[in-house]
Design a binder for this molecule. Structure first.
Ligand code: HSE
Length: 445
């Protein structure tokens, strides 16, 4: 069907916005201030039909008649063609988006938590009605990374996506790196400056990054990945000593979201199929790695593909206006599709690659030990690494008041082998303590 006849100067495209927080406020501002540009870019005018809010009595600088508390009724209006969901959370967003898509109304959402668990359900709702579901703003705010993965890279084979996708934690880790302050003190400062929320759990414990990793992995590997498939550790246990340790070896600590293709094992074990590893954790990265230069609240995503090689996307991953920029790009696309009769690419999950358990995931490690300073200790320690099949790359020894400090950097080893090694080291009479175990990423072995 060519819907060109359905929309035009006398039949604008109606937009409903659900939520008027930081992002919603900016989306509404742009729709209202850039009317003519948007009309030219879409082909028909975008007209704001209403904004669903929880508290309509608050003065938001727009006509009161545009505000409603009844989001369901707003979505169902005949003159609403497109829905922008920027309220966040699972309920009622899930139901509202489902209702819009089932009714053939395209949806633009920034809701990573919802998408990480319910993209399949939402895509199914959109299929019969031919509605579009766009979500560029759900990962890394203003940074275009969703559309490049879905469209630009659709003829390539992605092997790895590694990103700093949470601004709050990157702000905290950058500040700890710069000032030498400890975690609690830095978190308090981040909260005071508005970089961390009053309840920072979703950010500092890695839930926000894990939802984004699930979305990125789904797109990169054409496989449905949910938040539960993502191995997750946050930054709340990172200490100022860890930062010093990192600095001493030319590294910094970053919370990384890593989505990786793990080459298939022999056919007898796994059918020869590649697997995917999706994980979020703080890791040492060398200061010369491009992600090391991503400081403050900025985000960046590196994509490695077979033919394209390495691509890097960098910019503002949060904030009202930057996130609204991504929402508006999607809104224009969805509106153009209405006007010209096109359609966004649907969900692509044909590859159905299995998830590799974290225990099988090969990573390098940086292990800090406090040991007795006597003959043979180095050999005992090295022996435990060897016994568990973990190959050592470098060992450094420093004298200290209580004995000696050993810093062992490994080659790639499976997480489970390293865990067994650490448990065995802790049992050695010559090892006073395993002071820290940090993953090391971004090095060429
Ligand atoms: N809280 C997120 C961050 C932004 O700190 O990056 C929204 O996903």
């Amino acid at each position: 069907m060519n819907s060109r006849s359905a929309y035009g100067s006398d039949h604008p495209i109606g937009v409903a916005v659900l939520g008027m927080g930081n992002v919603g406020t900016e989306v509404v501002r742009i729709i209202q201030n850039q009317t003519e540009d948007l009309r030219q870019r879409v082909g028909a005018a975008l007209v704001l039909r209403g904004v669903a809010v929880r508290r309509p009595d608050v003065d938001r600088g727009i006509p009161a008649e545009l505000l409603t508390t009844d989001a369901h009724a707003l979505v169902a209006r005949d003159d609403v063609d497109l829905v922008v969901e920027v309220m966040g959370g699972i309920d009622p967003a899930r139901e509202l988006i489902g209702a819009a898509l089932s009714a053939g109304k395209s949806v633009v959402t920034a809701n990573k938590a919802l998408l990480a668990d319910y993209t399949g359900e939402l895509a199914a709702a959109a299929l019969p009605s031919r509605a579009d579901l766009y979500f560029e703003a759900a990962v890394a705010g203003a940074i275009p990374v969703v559309r490049p993965l879905i469209q630009s890279m659709s003829g390539d084979r992605v092997n790895r996506v590694v990103g700093i996708v949470n601004g709050t934690t990157n702000f905290i880790l950058s500040a700890m790196d710069e000032t030498g302050a400890d975690y609690d003190e830095t978190l308090a400062e981040a909260t005071r400056l508005g970089y961390a929320e009053a309840d920072p759990t979703a950010d500092v414990e890695g839930f926000d990054a894990a939802a984004k990793a699930a979305i990125l992995a789904s797109l990169a590997f054409h496989t449905r990945v949910t938040a539960a498939d993502v191995y997750r550790e946050g930054i709340s246990k990172i200490t100022s000593e860890d930062m010093e340790t990192a600095a001493a070896v030319g590294c910094t600590v970053k919370l990384l979201a890593i989505c990786e293709r793990v080459p298939g094992r022999p056919a007898a074990e796994e059918g020869g199929k590649d697997r995917i590893s999706v994980r979020v954790y703080p890791a040492l990265i060398p200061r010369k790695h491009p992600l090391s230069a991503v400081t403050g609240a900025f985000n960046a995503v590196v994509v490695e593909a077979e033919n394209a090689g390495r691509l890097m996307f960098y910019g503002q991953g949060a904030g009202g206006a930057p996130t609204a920029s991504a929402v508006m790009g999607d809104l224009v696309m969805a509106a153009r599709n209405k006007f010209y009769g096109g359609r966004a690419p649907g969900e692509s999950v044909y590859a159905e690659l299995p998830i590799a358990p974290i225990g099988d995931t090969p990573t390098r490690y940086h292990v800090n030990l406090q040991v007795a300073d006597r003959t043979g200790v180095l050999q005992e320690v090295a022996g435990e690494f060897a016994r568990h099949g973990v190959s050592i790359s470098t060992v450094r020894q420093e004298g200290s008041d209580e004995g000696a400090r050993l810093v062992v950097v490994t080659h790639e080893a499976a997480e489970s082998a390293l865990a067994d090694t650490v448990a065995a080291l802790a049992e050695l009479e010559s090892v006073t303590s395993v002071t820290s175990v940090l993953r090391l990423e971004g090095t060429e072995e």
